[in-house]
Design a protein around this ligand. Structure first.
Ligand SMILES: C[S@@+](CC[C@H](N)C(=O)[O-])C[C@H]1O[C@@H](n2cnc3c(N)ncnc32)[C@H](O)[C@@H]1O
Length: 673
């Protein structure tokens, strides 16, 4: 436990918050270790009332003059900001988009709340706009990240401690990422063999190693590992079927069995069945040049050595929870424990970092944890030779990239430094770890504005995905009230709706009357949209305007490629001064969909533009229905059917039939000029 009177005080006050829903699953000492009271607690925060007393303006129903119309703008915000890039999360709102809403709906000094704060982007937006932030969330990992964004060390101090830790880890572990430079390697830039090797260039630094799973041919029973044979395909290249290199039979890739073998797991002290895999390619650098080579005797020997190594540091020996996402790696690779998501080499380096962060300054773990996913077996290698983690899943590919953690830390450091630099101003905020179904530690009518980005039905299983990260923190999400659809947790769409409704009821209670809530949601199923509308309305909010957030990445290619548009909907609702009865959804039918699309396309200029893309049209239609209290009947698949049957598509943009000739003429004119 950290020293200081607030830590002592938190310990004393734990009893007063232990029954608040979402109190994490952990030992008390681990919760206290993670917390930095009063501004951050890895459990429901008992200091929020004091924060509001100090910084808030009490609601005065008689003299209150606040008045705002809804914020009428579709927002476009890129994801290239260093703060967005510094630490990954399954879904994130760009903080610059949130700032626009905060600055419109509130005044400096007002209190902003987000009950599903994830990595704290709303807190960042509020404090950058000179407002006070109260943010909470059910996942201790997410609040840990939020706290580290909002309450980090000064960049110089952070980098100094980080460099010292890095130096020590390197000293112990650098040998694990060494390889022989050979004239059989290919220079990745020139695509030529590295023919002349100077004496001092004999050793290269591994950037990453490509691993492939080994399959068994169902006809000749030989073991097949792509990348081993001379006629190999590119790593990451997938075919439905392939020819066995031994018997030439056609094998269906999906049906081919992976080769399993028994291996002693010294962390579990037990033998387990694992999928056989082999290193097939090494990317390494010598000086400033990068090379590819096939692994040789030296590399195989090194892998054997690192796989057999005993890790002398604390290791998270935790079984993954049963769930929808955790089943993926269980089925494909028999992965049941957290440590099995890592190669022994990377696990060693991570545990060494953890050990030193705990000894020197745990704030540095913020940076290391940003790399945990990439350093794990979740890092797939695609055929473009770029490694990627499939967002929102625990998918372990059959072709993986084992990264050199030092090399990737080096790549991450620039955006990290920049984000720390931007966030070094003084801030007024408080963070709590709890479920939004129970905000009993926040007084009624105390919040000036809410911006929130809730979970969307069964899209992402946050507590399962966060489990790996949380295992290193030793504090876990209490998923009893996690607002998701999840069969394993026994939560249907109805249960999700009820949980969301309870969250909105609490947010309604804490918001001052006549004030606004902005709710961001990702596009998906019609049924989920309807349940969200019902939940918002049943809580008492009045939906006033729905707009579109276009989370563009913003490169030229993306601006000119119709399919790259990705939208979220932004629901603007308010808490009426006098409660109004909840409204019942009106039903919309097919003819209304067609009529809406026709009107929409008719009103747009006849030229290539984002508003004519299918994704934007779908978002606009949903927005129109929610705003007008209609039940949504068509899912995105039904919507595409309507588009295809009634309208015309050219170059990824949609038109009514009468517009198509004008568009073609315009294109011809542009070409001729
Ligand atoms: C869409 S994410 C928010 C991401 C966030 N806007 C950001 O920028 O990082 C939704 C979050 O809701 C959290 N959550 C799920 N159920 C919850 C509940 N009952 N109470 C509070 N948070 C919950 C999830 O853990 C997840 O982090």
């Amino acid at each position: 436990m950290k020293s200081g009177s607030f830590s002592e005080n938190l310990k004393k006050q734990l009893d007063s918050v232990k029954d608040i829903e979402g109190f994490p699953r952990a030992e008390v000492d681990d919760i206290l270790y993670l917390s930095e009271p009063p501004s951050y607690t890895a459990c429901p925060n008992p200091f929020i009332k004091d924060f509001i007393k100090k910084y808030g303006n009490p609601y005065d129903s008689i003299n209150d003059t606040y008045k705002r119309d809804p914020f009428i703008k579709d927002i476009r915000e890129g994801k290239h900001h260093p703060i967005y890039l510094a630490h990954t999360y399954h879904t994130k709102v760009p903080h610059q988009a949130v700032q626009k809403f905060i600055e419109y709906y509130t005044n400096p000094g007002d209190i902003i709340f987000d009950g599903f704060c994830g990595t704290g982007m709303v807190g960042i937006a509020a404090t950058l706009s000179n407002r006070e932030a109260i943010i909470s969330e059910i996942s201790p990992f997410a609040t840990f990240i939020a706290n580290n964004f909002l309450n980090s060390l000064y960049p110089e101090e952070f980098m100094k401690i980080f460099e010292e830790i890095l130096c020590d880890v390197r000293e112990e572990c650098d040998w694990m990422y060494k390889t022989n430079h050979t004239n059989k390697a290919i220079n990745t830039r020139t695509k030529k063999y590295a023919n002349y090797i100077k004496a001092f260039e004999k050793i290269g630094k591994i950037n990453y190693i490509v691993w492939n799973d080994v399959y068994e041919c169902p006809y000749c029973y030989n073991e097949i590992c792509f990348g081993e044979t001379p006629n190999e395909r590119k790593p990451g290249e997938k075919y439905d079927q392939f020819n066995c290199p031994y018997c030439d039979s056609i094998v269906n890739e999906r049906k081919a069995k992976k080769v399993m073998f028994q291996k002693y797991d010294d962390i579990l002290n037990d033998s387990i069945d694992v999928v056989k895999d082999k290193p097939i390619l090494i990317s390494y650098s010598v000086g400033k040049s990068n090379f590819w080579k096939k692994p040789d005797e030296f590399d195989f020997h090194l892998i054997e050595k690192t796989e057999g190594i005993n890790i002398p540091y604390w290791i998270p020996n935790k079984r993954m929870p049963k769930g929808r996402s955790t089943t993926q790696a269980l089925k494909s690779h028999n992965i049941t424990y957290v440590h099995q998501y890592f190669t022994k080499r990377n696990l060693y380096v991570i545990c060494k970092f953890l050990d030193l962060c705990k000894k020197r300054n745990f704030k540095i773990w913020f940076l290391i944890s940003s790399l945990l996913q990439k350093a794990s077996k979740l890092m797939a290698l695609n055929k473009d030779y770029i490694g990627r983690v499939t967002k929102g899943t625990l998918y372990v590919s059959s072709t993986r990239q084992e990264i050199n953690i030092f090399y990737f830390l080096n790549k991450n450091i620039a955006s990290f430094k920049q984000s720390l630099e931007i966030l070094k101003h003084s801030k007024k905020f408080i963070i709590s770890t709890q479920s939004a179904t129970d905000l009993s530690n926040i007084p009624s009518n105390s919040i000036d504005y809410i911006f929130t980005d809730p979970p969307f039905g069964g899209n992402i299983m946050y507590s399962e995905l966060n489990f790996i990260w949380e295992a290193f923190l030793r504090v876990f999400t209490n998923n009893e009230h996690e607002a998701i659809e999840n069969k394993v947790q026994g939560k249907s769409l109805q249960d999700y709706t009820k949980l969301m409704e309870r969250c909105f009821v609490e947010m309604f209670r804490i918001l001052k009357p006549n004030r606004w809530i902005t709710i961001e949601f990702h596009n998906s199923k019609a049924s989920v949209w309807n349940s969200i509308q019902t939940a918002i309305k049943n809580a008492g909010f009045v939906i006033s305007l729905v707009s579109v957030l276009d989370k563009k990445v913003g490169s030229f290619k993306q601006i000119t490629t119709a399919n790259s548009v990705k939208n979220d909907l932004i629901i603007n609702a308010f808490k009426p001064k006098n409660e109004t009865p909840s409204q019942i959804l009106k039903s919309a039918d097919l003819s209304l969909d067609i009529q809406f699309l026709r009107e929409q396309l008719k009103s747009l200029p006849i030229q290539p533009m984002v508003s004519r893309t299918d994704k934007m049209l779908f978002s606009k239609m949903l927005a129109h229905y929610i705003e007008n209290g209609f039940e949504i009947t068509s899912n995105s698949t039904g919507f595409y059917k309507i588009l295809n049957e009634n309208f015309v598509e050219l170059d990824g943009y949609w038109f009514i039939r009468e517009q198509i000739q004008i568009y073609k003429k315009l294109k011809a004119e542009i070409r001729d000029n």
